[in-house]
Design a protein around this ligand. Structure first.
Ligand code: SF4
Length: 323
């Protein structure tokens, strides 16, 4: 290990190798905190929890690859070298006490909390145990592509009696072949949809996230409409979408993939994204209008819906989730 490494990079280099699958290796990593405060003007949440570093689903467009750069690891290893944080009940409880009534915590902003590593490490099981014990009047936002979240349907439903719990299952297309290309190691779209149905049946406030929408690949009215119909049919309450944003770390993986699979689109994407990671202007307006039409057609709300849990103990005036 080079002695120049410091902080999180040093901790990652020291993390012991726990297991090696054909494609993925698992490591443990120490962590000083479990619930991190979000900062910046653009922040959507007050706090964030990411029990793993890296995500073996390997989505071509994944923006969270920068978290491996923090550990001085190549972005390509984001999907093959997975770190599980060492669980510490006392630290989690200390962090949870710092979250004020009415504040929001997002689970899975920089990794998928229910990726396959969860079956081995069970960190979400430990987290839910602590939330059931100590969370009240909080806004809890879960996002995942994994059908494993249905394992926790009853627990999430119970947690939602006193907290604003919203579970977002990401489905970008129902075309299994396209999903296999863009999200190669994530569960099939039909499995994710079944998880939505199981969560809804357990009484969880569940929605479908079409995120990201890929220009010229998944932005057609037909794709959005098919997703809206399926989401509503599975019992989702809300639907939201977000156009692709492509930071430099994601471009390193996305552009070579695009060149190989859709070479005719490479120049168009480069023109759009090389100047800015975010799309703005008429394209975004058209997409918003399409999603609103789909919501109206299938009776779905937006993520902003003013849902109130049955035994809500937070502030009378709830601030809503963005989006
Ligand atoms: S599931 Fe999310 S965190 Fe995991 S690779 Fe895909 S976009 Fe990244």
């Amino acid at each position: 290990m080079p002695d120049t490494l410091v902080g999180i990079a040093k901790m990652a280099a020291e993390g012991p190798l726990l297991a090696e699958k054909r494609r993925v290796s698992y490591h443990e990593i120490a962590s000083r905190s479990w619930i991190g405060r979000c900062s910046g003007k653009m922040r959507l949440f007050d706090w964030t929890v990411n029990p793993y570093r890296g995500c073996e689903y390997g989505c071509r467009y994944c923006y969270a690859r920068y978290t491996h750069e923090f550990m001085e690891l190549p972005v390509e290893e984001f999907e093959t070298k997975i770190y599980a944080k060492l669980w510490d009940t006392a630290v989690f409880r200390r962090d949870l006490r710092r979250v004020k009534t009415g504040e929001s915590i997002s689970f899975g902003s920089a990794t998928d909390c229910y990726q396959p590593a969860e079956r081995r490490f069970g960190l979400m099981t430990s987290i839910l145990t602590e939330l059931e014990r100590g969370a009240e009047g909080l806004r809890l936002f879960f996002i995942t592509k994994s059908d494993l979240i249905a394992r926790d349907a009853v627990r999430l439903s119970n947690l939602g009696l006193r907290n604003d719990v919203r579970v977002n299952v990401t489905i970008t297309t129902l075309d299994a072949a396209l999903a296999r290309q863009t999200e190669p190691f994530a569960p099939r779209p039909d499995l994710r949809l079944r998880a939505v149905a199981e969560l809804a049946a357990a009484g969880v406030e569940v929605g479908v996230a079409i995120s990201p929408v890929l220009p010229r690949l998944t932005d057609t009215m037909e794709n959005l409409d098919t997703l809206g119909a399926a989401a509503a049919g599975a019992g989702a309450k809300y639907l939201w979408a977000q156009p692709l944003f492509l930071k430099e770390c994601a471009q390193k993986v996305f552009f070579p993939w695009l060149r190989q699979e859709y070479p005719h689109l490479e120049d168009k994407y480069r023109q759009k994204y090389e100047r800015s990671a975010y799309l703005r202007g008429p394209y975004v307006d058209v997409l918003k209008a399409r999603v609103e039409r789909v919501r109206a057609r299938y009776g779905l709300c937006s993520r902003m819906s003013s849902y109130r849990p049955p035994n809500w103990t937070g502030p009378a005036q709830m601030s809503l989730f963005e989006g």
